[in-house]
Design a protein around this ligand. Sequence first.
Ligand SMILES: NC(=O)C1=CN([C@@H]2O[C@H](COP(=O)(O)OP(=O)(O)OC[C@H]3O[C@@H](n4cnc5c(N)ncnc54)[C@H](O)[C@@H]3O)[C@@H](O)[C@H]2O)[C@@H](O)CC1
Ligand SMILES: Nc1ncnc2c1ncn2[C@@H]1O[C@H](COP(=O)(O)OP(=O)(O)O)[C@@H](O)[C@H]1O
Ligand SMILES: [K+]
Length: 497
Amino acid sequence: MKVVTPKEMAVMDRHAVAAGTPSIELMERAGHACAEVIKVDLDEKAQIIILCGPGNNGGDGLVIGRSLIEDGYTVHLFLTADREKLSEDSQISLKRLEDKNIPIRTLQDDADLEDLSLIMKRATHVVDAIFGTGLVDKEIPASYNRIFDLVNDFDREKIAIDIPSGLRGDIGLTIGNGIFADKTIVIQNYKTGCLLNDGPDYTGDTILIDIGIDENSIPNEKYYTQESDLKFPQKRKKNTHKYDYGSVVVIAGSKGMSGAGILSIEGALKSGGGLVTCYVPQDIYIPVVARAPAEALIKTYDCNITSDDIKHDRKKVILIGPGIGRAKNYSFILEHLLEGSLPVVIDADGIHHLAVVVDSLKESKTPVVITPHFAEFSKLIDVPREDILKDPIGYGQKFAMEYQVVVVLKGYRTMIFGTNGEIWFNSTGNPGMATGGSGDVLAGMIAGIAGQNVNLFEAARAGVFYHGKAGDYYAEHFGQSTLTAHSIIESLKYVLK
Ligand SMILES: NC(=O)C1=CN([C@@H]2O[C@H](COP(=O)(O)OP(=O)(O)OC[C@H]3O[C@@H](n4cnc5c(N)ncnc54)[C@H](O)[C@@H]3O)[C@@H](O)[C@H]2O)[C@@H](O)CC1
Ligand SMILES: Nc1ncnc2c1ncn2[C@@H]1O[C@H](COP(=O)(O)OP(=O)(O)O)[C@@H](O)[C@H]1O
Ligand SMILES: [K+]
């Protein structure tokens, strides 16, 4: 399933119209499909306020109103702009309402807002069809902000159509103010703004509706991960042995951060890794051996370790970074590893050290994945975090393609950037996972999966997906507050089968 920017959605809409479906027909389909979703929660006492803006999002609201009224529900329709300012299709939808003598009011002054707030006192639902994907990045008039505030103060169900008003459909940031919906009915495809930055906090739960627009009419390579898209886990052949599954090397830990490597080892083992060896500095060898799972091998290393040394151990993939700290010269080791032929996963402080030798990525012939969160990525590419937040897709894609490295940019909806420009938005995970060590587990999982003859890009997609799914499993059963990195490890067995 594709994820699109508002501009891409507009092109898809135009293609659908050019292919023979009139745009008013698309609006009818969108409005009726949204009404069907809304009706599921309604009873005979329901009182629904629908706020309709000047563009086609407002037109959807008008169709929803007609559909609900025809089914006998009590609906209060409001236009937020003068009738003459409505888009062409919205004018048609308005006429269809008026032909049925359905009343509709226009919010023009304080008295109208006062009326709205009185009706809100007895309403059960507010539908936000004020702005959708056509919102442009310019100051929204104060009159709209007052409507947004009124809606946000409404304490029953708030349902947004396509995208909550005020939220930018491209980057998921508001233009000053926006409507916090409980539920957003997304038309046809997720917009990037539903998934980025504050988008998920504004949209609430999301429900996708299909109005028959073909997503393949545009050459877009942004996808929303479904479990069926993944190439892992694979069926195991009977005639195999442990060296066929895994053989992962983890270079992790430093004084004070001995737990990081252990979490990565467990992430690798619990995602099917057959053999895991963890290389740690001499000074933490004893505590790591004491706490590491019995299945793992713990070794010590010095700063001269190379990919070839590791290859002699019949290893298939290397993870470097969790808890290694910044004291020692790991850039030197990284350069060696990148000159070698084993796939490398670079996480946490490994990314800090990579910044010094970042150009080695361009010369490297071995597959590499890096797993930064936004702050680590900002340091690596030397661009302020605030700038990246305004264009995370652009920065992630550029780096992945220029340096030929898979980038896993971590957040609520982690993005995985392939070296050919492909982007996958993850669809699992929850804020309970914002807890120390959760990234170490993920890095271990990606390495553990990559060791099972899965290419690094696929391993990254699958690792991120099941890491999130395990977190969701835990949160569903026990809530988010007690979720720790270990909860993710322990929940893997329920979701990765
Ligand atoms: N064929 C289509 O294009 C379809 C569109 N659909 C709906 O139409 C929406 C997109 O419609 P539009 O492109 O008309 O856009 P919107 O309805 O999202 O908004 C455009 C209107 O908002 C005003 N506006 C934009 N930015 C503003 C700002 N910062 N401050 C104040 N006013 C601002 C514009 O002047 C214009 O009147 C989608 O989100 C979806 O709900 C659906 O009906 C399905 C088909
Ligand atoms: N708000 C959130 N919602 C969902 N997942 C999150 C959230 N915050 C963090 N995560 C996930 O938790 C992990 C945290 O990784 P990282 O920031 O490296 O933490 P650490 O360094 O403590 O291991 C990532 O996989 C990230 O996607
Ligand atoms: K809306």
